[in-house]
Design a protein around this ligand. Structure first.
Ligand code: ATP
Length: 241
């Protein structure tokens, strides 16, 4: 459903943050995008979602095709309408708005009836948000905020969900809960998932396929179970050196 071929993204016309990134995400599969800080993972996601701006970063080469359609050059709201949606790093909620108001904001591409249906779906996926629907999101725990951020992205009924470091700074139990939900979205609903994670071990444990980026390039890729057994991956990314 998503294919990137030799994508190149440059900041300030000088910093080549992504050099030749090629990767694919299929319907109903979880793909982990791993690599150390500054490898170019977030920039890749931003490039797919159209949230790089000329004064910031620019796609200089390659192709980003989603469901047969090139995404590069489309405005971000148009990309959301194609069904490719990102949950950004750091959640980026509207802190002064309630949980429900944040969700409603995520449904701006939907009709009122669709948005209502999606809100019910989000609450069934994250029951702990039900009692917090009128709570201002700035007062939620980090885990709950991440749930709202994922819920907000789900409001537009995406076919492809891209998550940038969804478990950063979260306790192990909440991390597990979030990974379970991500896996369920994929296995039950056939959503494609592109998961950028610093927790490589957990990401590969739920993923079907993995890519490792270094210095803007994909340096290694393969089935997730094979990657978990790969000596280099174990040494450099899983801490089994
Ligand atoms: P992290 O996990 O730290 O976010 P990452 O793999 O997501 O790492 P990116 O954030 O995509 O990496 O950064 C890739 C490169 O681009 C880095 O060298 C970074 O310093 C640079 N970079 C990122 N954003 C900008 C920007 N707005 N302007 C200039 N350079 C940037």
């Amino acid at each position: 459903m998503l294919n990137l071929t030799n994508v190149q993204i440059v900041y300030d016309n000088t910093i080549e943050a992504v050099r030749e990134a090629s990767l694919s995400v299929g319907k109903g599969s979880i793909v982990a995008l791993l690599g150390s800080n500054g490898a170019g993972k977030s920039t890749t996601l931003k490039g797919i979602c159209g949230v790089l701006y000329p004064e910031d970063g620019e796609i200089k080469g390659g192709q980003i095709i989603f469901e047969g359609r090139p995404l590069a050059g489309l405005p971000p709201d148009e990309i959301v309408r194609t069904g490719a949606v990102m949950v950004p790093e750091g959640r980026r909620l509207f802190d002064q708005l309630t949980v429900e108001e944040n969700l409603v904001m995520g449904g701006y591409t939907r009709s009122r009836a669709d948005a209502k249906r999606q809100i019910d779906m989000v609450y069934s996926l994250f029951p702990r948000l039900v009692n917090k629907r009128t709570t201002v999101s700035g007062y939620l725990s980090g885990g709950e905020q991440q749930m709202v951020a994922i819920g907000r992205a789900l409001m537009s009924a995406p076919k492809l969900l891209m998550l940038d470091e969804p478990t950063l700074g979260l306790a192990p139990q909440i991390t597990e809960e979030i990974f379970e939900i991500v896996a369920r979205l994929c296995r039950q609903d056939g959503m494609g998932i592109l998961l950028v994670e610093q927790n490589a071990q957990m990401a590969l444990a739920i993923a079907d396929y993995g890519y490792i980026m270094e210095n803007g390039r994909v340096v290694l890729d393969g089935p997730a179970d094979k990657m978990l057994r790969n000596e280099d991956v174990r040494e450099f990314y899983l801490g089994f050196g």
